[in-house]
Structure formats: C-alpha cells, structure tokens
Design a protein around this ligand. Structure first.
Ligand SMILES: [Zn+2]
Length: 158
C-alpha cells in the first residue's frame, strides 16, 4: 500500500510527503513534542501512553462509541480529572458534558460522517466541574481517523 502524507495535527506542518492520491494522516511533529522525547509521532493511533504524556497540550482519544481510550497527563492537569477515573468512560455524557453541544460534539460527528481522515481547528470554552465559574478558553484540534474509527482531541488552554 502506498504511504500517505503525514501532517502534524497541531501545527499542520507536513511531516512526510506521501502518495498524493492517498488521504492524509495525522501525527505530531518533533517541534510540537517540544523535544520531550526527541522523536515525532507519525500516527495518533499509537498505543504509546508514555509518549502522549510528554505532550505539552492535552490529548484525548475517543473510540467509535465516544469512550475515552487515551487521556494524557496535560489534559489531566487541565481538567483536574485523574486518568484512571476517566478511561473507558463516555466523554460527552460522563466526563465533559459541556462539550455535548453542536459546537463541539456536532463538529466531531460531522468529521466522522465524512468517512475520511479529517482535521478541524477551533476555539471552545470548557467548563471543568460545577464550580468552575469562569470557563477555560482553549484551542482545540479535532482529528478523525477512519482506519481506527478513533477521534483525537488536542486541547491547549489559551
Ligand atoms: Zn507540529
């Protein structure tokens, strides 16, 4: 199978040129890893939790049922939720109900509906917990990978 082009999900740099006939895939480039590990991630499908924990922004990966399969350290620090308390839970219903709206979940559903690798960048005001009076404005990148049916959210407070 010809290699696809790999684009960094965060900065949209082309990490490697592939067959232009193939849909692009998404990774995280070395710059965006902030040299934490000295290597880049050529795919977001990697089951490498340690590597995700070194990212300087939050990463949440959801399976086809919107259950959390990866919840990295930066996201845990941002939200105050412990990783072990959220893994396997339904993101929109149980963990982040503030995102269960057209502007967030609806966008993800529309990416999924394309059936192709997709990326969307946006801003969103999170409300973490009931006593978070002030919403936390964050830059969000959503990607969808039809090969794994997984969606990956990158989240950085601004
Ligand atoms: Zn990058």
């Amino acid at each position: 199978m010809p290699a696809p082009t790999v684009i960094c999900a965060w900065c949209e740099t082309t990490m490697s040129e592939g067959d232009p006939a193939e849909p692009v895939t998404h990774g995280i480039c070395r710059m965006c890893m902030v040299n934490a590990s000295g290597r880049e991630l050529v795919t977001l499908a990697a089951e490498d939790a340690d590597c995700f924990d070194m990212l300087p922004f939050g990463l949440v990966q959801l399976d086809a049922d919107d259950c959390i399969v990866i919840y990295n350290r930066a996201e845990s620090e941002l939200s105050g939720c412990r990783q072990e308390d959220v893994l396997g839970k339904r993101f929109f219903d149980e963990i982040a109900p503030c995102t269960n709206v057209t502007e967030f979940r609806g966008v993800l559903d529309s990416l999924r509906a394309t059936g192709r690798p997709a990326l969307r960048r946006m801003r969103f005001a999170f409300r973490f917990g009931e006593d978070d009076a002030e919403p936390t404005l964050a830059e969000i990148v959503m990607t969808y990978d039809p090969e794994t049916s997984r969606a990956t959210l990158l989240i950085k407070a601004t």
